[in-house]
Design a protein. Sequence first.
Length: 116
Amino acid sequence: MPVPEICSAKGCKIGVPAGLAAEHMCILHFTLFIEQECAEMRRESALGKNSHERHNEFMQKIVARGGTLVDTATSGYPMSDEIKARILSTLLTLMNCRENIDRAVMRQSAARRFVG
């Protein structure tokens, strides 16, 4: 029987679920990583200088992270109620991030129409 992988986050000794093996993180650290990533995407989008390709890259990243999180959550891996709540909260963060990025793109588009 193979030994389960341990989270790569410094000091963490929690096992990594099969669905997060490619990420090398436990569920808690993966959700923290996603939330940090969303904050960075929102900040970058708020500047209003993203290209269409960059916007698409953000959308693909949001979909991929959400998919990985949902697959892990529904895999049958044993989780505490706190971790389940954390997963739901992170999924909400992803949805809000997508909405914020879409709004930033709409503002960018509207500004170009009025200026140009």
